[in-house]
Each structure stands twice: as structure tokens, then as C-alpha cells.
Design a protein around this ligand. Sequence first.
Ligand code: G3P
Ligand code: CA
Length: 365
Amino acid sequence: MRVSIFSLCLSFFSLSSLFSVVLEASVSDSSSPAVIIAHRGASGYLPEHSLAAKALAYGMGADYIEQDIVMSKDDALLVLHDPFLDRVTNVAAVYPGRARSDGRYYAMDFTLAEIKQLEMTEIFEEKNGQAVQKYPARFPLGQSTFRVSTLSEELELIQGLNHSMGKRIGIYPEIKAPALHRAAGKDISLAVLKELKKFGYLSAQDQVYVQCFDANELMRIDRELMPKLGMDLKLVQLIAMTDWGEGMSNNALGLKVEPYNYDWMLAPGAAEKIADYAEGIGPWFPMLLNADTAQANHMIREAHAAGLQVHPYTFRADPGQVPKAFKHFEDFVAYFIGTLKVDGVFTDFPDRAKVVRDRLLAQPL
Ligand code: G3P
Ligand code: CA
């Protein structure tokens, strides 16, 4: 479903309506520079969420590095985009017969020791029994170098680099599928917060944003968990299209959890409600535009008025991923940072987005 809506939105981007504003793009004089968030690391170049992709993102000068987090059977915090292992590892070959009835291999059904036996690779899909790369121009399949890592391993890497390189590069953890974890008796939010606290992330001044698609869970983190733990981290409400089924317990546990409804987050007036428990929003980038004119709709204006930062996802340079109105990935990023004035971008290509951001910063106002 995400693909078809994406294609639809891309066709609505009119070149003529964007051309002039892209040329005039400049960074606002009143805001901080937009931050470059390395989405799953420098995932345009190395397998997503591998430590190598995180180190590369660091070296490329990202401001924040993202971690999607799920839990193993023995409650290890894993850096993985999905609660499943089957799209980035050889789990089906190593542990045949351990898929659930929906055919998926759930990370929460495997111990950390078992997961560490797996080879992790570039994201792939099964087509006619063959593994096909989702993004064919990226790092090739069939390499055995990479492993699933834990949140603590990744934080050690980033904090170690901060120490050795004298920088303060931030982290951007996403709590994945809290309802699914809760149904399995796991409190993923509490576990993530405790781990962050252990690594010294405590206050809103620290270089960390905690993101989640689940509004109820973010409110719980804000009102219940963080006060209990003596923490006050910046929170970001991710926004999906309701029909993606994001946050549903679409799993083999037989849960009856209602799909989350995101429609209210797209409607005028939502920003004030979100500002009650979060410091930012993470929308899918087309959500910020009027589909007919490609001009900004109410969302950025209202978010900024409510004191929220706006960090849209996901800016990819792969073939077919840049909206047709833009000649290049660079124009695409420049439009959102320079013209729409978003406060940051999630991107698989942090090096290229950073060049754009820095060029806009250097332009005379
Ligand atoms: O967290 C921001 C962005 O990553 C949301 O999409 O599905 O890649 O986690 P997803
Ligand atoms: Ca994410």
C-alpha cells in the first residue's frame, strides 16, 4: 500500500510549481540548521542497521544516527527495522521450521545467541523462490560479513567515536511495535529507556530523540515511564497513513488490537495535541504538501507554531525514489530543507543530504 500511495503522490508533484521555489531555496535565518538523520545508518551504501553502516554514517557527518529496536526471546534489545528476521538474514536456512503460521520468523522467538549465528545482509524480497534485492543498486547480497547488533553494541560504537573524534553525534532510537511486544509480555519502552539511561541519555539537552508510531505509548513514556526513571528525553511522534496498518498487531499471536488511526494527526489542529506529549513529528514527506499544488499545507506551519520540530522520512536517492518533479536527489532535499523549512530529514544517503544542507547554510540570506 505504501508504494501505491507513494507513486500517486509523486505524480502530483508538478515540476512547474516547484521549479521557482527550489531555485530560491535558502535556510531560514530564524531556525537552527536542519539535522541530517542517517536512516538505519548510511543504509544507501551498506546493509541497514549493520554496525558498518552506522560507522559510515558517522564518518559521513550525520548529526543523528537512527536505531529501530525490537526484542529477542531473552529480552535483548536488537537493532532491526522489523520484528522479523526474514528480510535481512538467512534465518530461514539456519532455522527451518521456526516460522510462525504467517510464514514470518519473529525475532522474539529466538535468543540473542541464536540470532548472532545469522548472517545479515542487504534487505531482500522473495520472488519465485529467489532472494531479490529491494534496492538493486545497493550493497550486493551474498556477503557474510554482517551480524544483527544490539542497542548496547551500537551505543558503544557511537559513544566511542564521539570520544575518539571529539564530537557529539546523536542517536535516534525508534521503539517498534510496542503492542506486539506487550502481548508477548515484553515492555519494550521501559527496556529501551533503561538502556538509554545506562548510557547517560537523561534529559532534553542530550543528543537523543526517541520516536514511535504509537501515540498512546508515547504518552505513557512521557507521563509515566520517564518521570519514574528521572528522565526527560525529546519525543517524536511518527505519522503513518492509516491504511498502512502501522502499529497493528499483524502477527500470528491472534491478538485483537485495533489498527491505529493516524487521520487526526494530518488534520488541522493536531500539532497542539501532539505538543502535549512530544517535541517533534516524523511525517512521511508527502504528508507535508498539498497534493494538487505541491506547496506546503498546514502541517509544518502548525507544528512550528506549537513548538514542534518536523523531521520527515525517508529521502532516498535510488532509482524511482526521487519524486518526478525533481531532477536530482539534491533538489528534492533542498526543497524540503530550504523552502519548506523542515528541521531535519531522515535519509539513507546522509553524505549527499549533508552537502545540500551545508550548501544552503552557506548561501547568503
Ligand atoms: O523512523 C522514521 C522512519 O524510519 C519511519 O519509517 O518504517 O523506516 O521506520 P520506518
Ligand atoms: Ca525508523
